[in-house]
Design a protein. Structure first.
Length: 826
């Protein structure tokens, strides 16, 4: 199929669509597709969204664009199409998706051609309709005209004026009728209506968008918008903010890299001129995106349900096929990682973390692959079919019991210790020989590497750990690519060596320190330039040599392993994605059973999807049971755990949640039997617990209520206003305290200044705290005994009936001994 020239795609590319294609945000790409954006438009460099996604290895985005009508044959100004761009960028995932699309399209075209050819054969064998029509006309011409009968002409009857007059009178009577309302007057009836949305009316007015455009244009020109301006824009006359609209506007501004800051603008300057063409285009895109987000904000549940319905359900055979694809892909990844000592060392360190109690064994090992192979070899095809039939005959309860048995059966700890010790022994032997060998491809090094890899492959690693190892290996490869890019820049850009010559000569010489000297002596025009940058070339090659010594593999072998690992992991990820998408309906069906328990429906679905992903990671098709049964347990566990953790303001333990649910079921059953709510005394025997336990469970099960909740439908007073505040004194107590303070001050004022000050310090009157005899003595520069004498004398004066009468009215009980104040050390 010939490539389509680039000028066909001359429409300008939407900038937001370009950003979405480069970043691989499939949701945003679908949004632009729904808006009708041109998928064959090109940017300033002549690249279409498909080319941009292919260059950045966005496989899923490429598939979305191709399924929506993007043309694969368009070329950029240099004559490269999306396939060529993906190959040049080593975007293998995107390349595989596009090649699969081409194969599907070619197969469809071949099918259409075959059907068309078959239709041509049928048309050739079918008699001509013209012959039949011609013969029919001949028969008509041959008939005699005498057999035709003349059709009688039908004449309309004369109108009846009496009926017309009666109809006219009825219409006049209906028009002149006035209905009378004989019901009671409703003018004194008040009806509560919910408040309208707080969204400002200026946002709903599509005809006047200049305030919103002015705010966005300010952000485009300055790069940011003051956060106070955004808040003020979404405030109504009463000062209420529309925080949802604020969040949507910030999301739309983020699409063009405009942020909000905390600066304060004392005086807002008006815009000096209108937006130019580029600013106008960005304005339209941002406002259109804001409108789309605003309109779709309330439809997310419907959109999710619609998208879920598009995925086809899997059969038992389809589940096995996807499970094998996942297993094969991860197996190839683990097999490729087995030859790297750093990966083996990391696994041994994780096992040491388990031995020290910092890791669970399930986070380090999932089983032994050679045990699964032995099971497959022992079971014949007929036995597999019988096992499948037996699994089909199992009830849900029996399958759940089978899953519980599987979960309880862990790995043999003695076997784990033996295998990890064997792996460590082989790793140490390989590392000892390889670190001292000058030839990494020697027979001894290869033999020891093979023994280490063989033991590593017998271990079945968890999916999460494999993902960690792949990411770790990717970081090692990124270091290699950084040195290679630096070499390309030095040799091609600075030294002037043609890129084609560099690509042809560089492979195999990555770590050859003598290579730069060989290049400078081959007699090419750029050879002298190579000699000038020889030190920089050798410095980068020394980095590659260090990587080879660290990984104990050549650069070429490392890159080959990286291609294998990337492709296998991508295939396993796609199979896992298909398995998850095919079972999203199962999550919906289970989540519906847990509604009205404190979490919204979409939150339940989200937690259930997390459980579904865990089920895909842990599913083993060799067990013989259906994936739906296995996944149900994980989905249900994820949802119930989320309800227990998030549904209540005060978290309740999971075992208490189960007790509350059981108590609720028993209460409903007994209410149906008794015709009334059951008492705790009646519930206790049914629950087989003590009555005090029932009271405790009922108290814990009580839901918290907001203090702003009205007391009743008739009384809008909030509950918070009717609750006693025990921390605040009542007016009576405040008056009593004020009177006591005045009486004490009046009594003390009759003493001498020295006596009054001693009593105030000793009893803490009008002070933060009381003082000891020694502290008071230091202030007056006397002994503590003298202070005690002054205190006793002052108290005797206060006990005189003439002075103590006013104070005795404040004593509600037996008076305490005033001669012994708090903290006395006398």
């Amino acid at each position: 199929m010939s490539a389509v020239a680039g000028p066909l795609a001359i429409a300008p590319l939407n900038k937001l669509l370009k950003l979405a294609a480069v970043a691989g945000v499939d949701t945003a790409v679908r949004l632009h597709i729904a808006r009708g954006d041109n998928l064959n438009a090109c940017d300033g460099a002549g690249l279409t969204p498909l080319m941009l996604a292919a260059r950045n290895n966005r496989a899923s985005t490429c598939r979305v664009l191709l399924d929506s009508g993007a043309t694969l044959e368009l070329t950029d100004p240099s004559g490269l199409d999306a396939l060529d761009i993906a190959k040049a960028a080593n975007a293998f995932d995107a390349l595989e998706v596009m090649e699969a699309f081409v194969r599907e399209r070619n197969a469809a075209d071949a099918f259409v051609d075959q059907v068309s050819a078959e239709l041509d054969v049928v048309d050739a064998e079918t008699p001509s309709k013209a012959t039949f029509i011609g013969s029919s006309l001949d028969l008509l011409e041959g008939e005699s005209g005498a057999s035709w009968e003349e059709e009688d002409e039908i004449v309309a009857p004369e109108g009846d004026e009496s009926l017309a007059n009666a109809a006219m009178e009825l219409h006049v009577a209906i028009a002149n009728h006035r209905a009378s309302d004989e019901l009671v007057d409703w003018s004194d009836v008040s009806v509560y209506l919910p408040e309208k949305s707080a969204r400002p009316a200026r946002l709903l007015d599509r005809g006047n968008r200049w305030p919103l455009q002015s705010l966005i244009l300010k952000g485009i020109r300055e790069g940011s918008i003051p956060d106070l301006d955004v808040q003020a824009f979404f405030e109504d006359e009463e000062g209420h903010r529309d925080e949802e609209s604020e969040a949507r506007l910030r999301l739309a501004l983020g699409e063009i890299n405009v942020s909000t800051d905390e600066r304060k603008v004392l005086r807002s300057e008006p815009l000096q001129n209108e937006a130019n063409d580029s600013e106008e285009e960005e304005l339209e895109d941002v406002i259109a995106f804001y409108d789309e987000v605003t309109l779709s904000g309330d439809r997310c549940a419907k959109l999710y349900l619609r998208d879920v319905a598009l995925f086809e359900l899997l059969t038992r055979e389809g589940e096995v096929v996807l499970a094998k694809r996942i297993e094969d892909g991860l197996g190839q990844v683990q097999a490729s990682l087995a030859g790297f000592p750093q990966i083996v060392e990391f696994l041994l360190e994780e096992y040491e973390q388990h031995l020290s109690g910092k890791r669970r064994l399930s986070e380090v090992l999932a089983g032994f692959s050679d045990v699964d192979l032995a099971i497959n070899a022992a079971v014949s095809k007929g036995d597999q079919a019988a096992l499948s039939d037996e699994a089909d005959a199992l009830t849900v309860a029996e399958e759940e019991a089978l899953l519980d048995d599987e979960a309880s059966a862990g790995l043999d700890p003695h076997e784990v210790v033996r295998r990890m010790a064997s792996l460590r022994e082989r790793y140490e032997a390989f590392k000892t020989v390889a670190s001292t060998s000058n030839d990494l491809a020697s027979e001894e090094v290869s033999r020891l590497r093979g023994r280490m890899a063989e033991e590593f492959r017998t271990l079945k690693l968890p999916t999460a750990l494999i993902s960690t190892l792949v990411r770790m290996f990717g970081e090692l490869v990124a270091d290699i690519l950084r040195h290679m890019c630096a070499l390309t820049e030095i040799i091609v850009t600075r030294a002037g060596m043609p890129k084609a010559d560099f690509i042809r000569a560089f492979p195999g010489n990555e770590s050859n320190i003598l290579w730069s000297g060989q290049l400078s002596s081959i007699g090419q025009p750029w050879a002298s330039s190579i000699l000038a940058v020889r030190d920089a070339i050798e410095r980068e090659q020394q980095g590659l040599v260090a990587i080879e010594r660290n990984l104990l593999l050549s650069i070429a072998d490392i890159r080959d392993h990286h291609r294998t690992i990337s492709g296998s992991f991508a295939r396993a990820s796609r199979a896992k994605k298909e398995m998850i998408e095919a079972n999203l309906r199962l999550v919906l069906s289970i989540a519906k059973r847990y509604t009205n328990r404190g979490l919204q429906f979409l939150e339940l679905v989200q937690e259930g999807n997390v459980g579904l992903m865990k089920a895909v990671d842990k599913f083993e098709h060799r067990r013989g049971y259906k994936f739906s049964t296995y996944a149900t347990w994980w989905i249900r566990q994820a949802i119930t755990r989320a309800i227990a953790d998030q549904a209540r303001t005060i978290r309740i333990p999971v075992h208490m949640i189960e007790t509350i649910n059981k108590l609720g079921a028993v209460s409903r059953r007994m209410q149906q039997q008794l015709g009334r709510p059951a008492t705790p005394a009646e519930l206790a025997p049914e629950m087989e617990v003590a009555e005090e336990r029932i009271h405790k469970v009922l108290k814990i099960a009580a839901e918290p209520i907001s203090l702003d909740t009205p007391e009743s439908e008739d009384d809008p007073t909030p509950w918070g206003l009717s609750i006693e505040d025990k921390q605040t004194s009542s007016p009576v107590d405040l008056v009593g305290e004020s009177g006591l303070k005045q009486s004490v001050n009046a009594a003390i004022s009759e003493l001498t200044a020295r006596e009054a000050e001693v009593l105030r310090m000793r009893f803490g009157i009008d002070m933060d705290t009381d003082h000891t005899l020694e502290e008071v003595g230091k202030k007056f520069d006397v002994t503590r005994e003298r202070i005690r004498q002054i205190e006793a004398k002052a108290l005797r004066k206060l006990r005189h009936p003439a002075r103590s009468g006013a104070l005795r009215t404040f004593i509600d009980s037996e008076p305490r001994n005033l001669s012994e104040p708090a903290g006395s050390d006398a």
